[in-house]
Ligand binder design. Structure first.
Ligand SMILES: NCc1[nH]cc(CCC(=O)O)c1CC(=O)O
Length: 308
C-alpha cells in the first residue's frame, strides 16, 4: 500500500470535506490501485486565535498557512481546504483543483423560531462583507463579532447572545445542520448578497510535481473549476484584505431565458467609503478577459497608487 497523506484542519466540517474528496478519489482509481488516503490534521492560527477578529491575526492564510507549508515541504501529499478560507495567491509550486461540484454558495440568516420580532437587532458575524450586506436589509441592526466553528456559532445563537447569525449554506448543509426545528433559515440570494470568493467550493491543493497531479487534474468539475479560477482572479485584482467588505460570485445562469453557455461574474468592494460593484457575462473560456473588463469600472475610478 502507498499511503497518500492529506493535510486538513481538524474541524468536523473540514474532516467531512476531506472525506468527500477521498471518496471521490477512491471511486476514480482503477481497481488494484495500491493507494490509500489518510487525513493528517493541522491546527491553524485561525483556530489558535479563535476569539479575535480574523483581521487582527497577522500573516497570510490564517486557516491554511500551516497546511500549505507542510505540502510544499513534502510532509503531506495533498491538502484540502474550504476555498473561501484561502489567500488570493497560493504557493507557486501548487495548484487548486475543484474535484467536487460546488455546494450552494449562498449565505443564510439563521434566527430562533421563538423570537418576539422579525427584525433582528443584534446579528452575529465577524465578516465585513456580511456586515455590509446585511445592513442594507436591516439598517438598524448592530453586528457583533462571532467566531468559532459552525456548531459553536449555532450554540451561541441558541444561548441568546444574538438575535440572528449569518452562516454559509454550504457548511450547515455538509454538517447536516440545516434542518434544526428551532431555527428559521432565510436564504440570502447570492446574486445580490454576493458570497465570499470560493464560498461553497472545496479546493484540493496539489504540488505540480506530484505523481498524482495528472490523474487529479482529469477529475476536476469543469464549471466549479471555472468559477473558482474566475473568482480568485478577481480577488487577486482587487487585492481586498480581510478587513474590507468584498464579495465575488461567478456562475453560469441556467434559467432557460438566459444563455447557459455564458459565465456571469458579479463583484462588490467597499473601500475607503466608496462602493465598487459591477457584473459582466461572456464566454467562460475567456474568464481572464471577463475579469479584466469587469474590473475596468473599478480601475477607472481608482488611482494607480490606490490599486497596489
Ligand atoms: N470561514 C469559515 C468557513 N469556511 C468555509 C465555510 C463554509 C463552507 C464553504 O463555504 O465551503 C465556513 C463557515 C461559514 O462561513 O459559515
Amino acid at each position: 500500500m502507498t499511503e497518500i497523506k492529506i493535510g486538513t484542519r481538524g474541524s468536523r466540517l473540514a474532516l467531512i470535506q476531506t472525506e468527500m474528496v477521498i471518496r471521490r478519489l477512491q471511486q476514480e482509481l482503477s481497481a488494484g490501485s495500491d493507494l490509500s488516503f489518510h487525513p493528517v490534521t493541522f491546527t491553524t492560527r485561525g483556530e489558535i486565535f479563535g476569539s479575535v477578529p480574523l483581521s487582527s491575526i497577522g500573516g497570510r492564510g490564517v486557516f491554511s498557512g500551516e497546511i500549505e507549508e507542510a505540502l510544499v515541504a513534502r510532509k503531506v501529499d495533498l491538502a484540502v481546504h474550504s476555498a473561501k478560507d484561502l489567500p488570493s495567491e497560493v504557493h507557486p509550486d501548487t495548484v487548486l483543483l475543484a474535484v467536487i461540484p460546488r455546494e450552494d454558495p449562498s449565505d443564510v440568516l439563521i434566527m430562533p423560531k421563538d423570537r418576539d420580532s422579525d427584525i433582528p437587532e443584534i446579528i452575529g458575524t465577524g465578516s465585513p462583507r456580511r456586515e455590509f450586506l446585511i445592513k442594507k436589509i436591516y439598517p438598524e441592526a448592530e453586528c457583533r463579532l462571532l467566531r468559532g466553528n459552525v456548531p459553536t456559532r449555532l450554540e451561541k445563537l441558541r444561548s441568546g447572545e444574538y438575535d440572528a447569525i449569518i452562516l454559509a449554506e454550504a457548511g450547515i448543509k455538509r454538517l447536516g445542520l440545516d434542518r434544526e426545528e428551532c431555527f428559521d433559515y432565510i436564504k440570502l440570494p447570492p446574486d445580490s448578497f454576493i458570497p465570499a470568493g470560493g464560498q461553497g467550493i472545496i479546493a484540493l491543493q496539489v504540488r505540480r510535481d506530484h505523481r498524482l497531479f495528472t490523474f487529479l487534474e482529469k477529475l476536476v468539475h469543469r464549471r466549479t473549476q471555472t468559477a473558482l479560477d474566475a473568482e480568485r482572479l478577481v480577488l487577486r485584482k482587487i487585492s481586498a484584505g480581510c478587513h474590507e467588505a468584498a464579495g465575488v460570485y461567478a456562475f453560469s445562469p441556467d434559467t432557460p431565458a438566459e444563455n447557459s453557455d455564458k459565465l456571469m461574474i458579479k463583484y462588490f468592494l467597499f473601500r475607503d467609503g466608496r462602493l465598487f460593484s459591477d457584473s459582466i457575462s461572456g464566454d467562460p473560456e475567456r474568464y481572464a478577459d471577463l475579469a479584466d473588463s469587469l474590473l475596468k469600472s473599478y480601475s477607472d475610478t481608482t488611482s494607480p497608487e490606490e490599486r497596489t
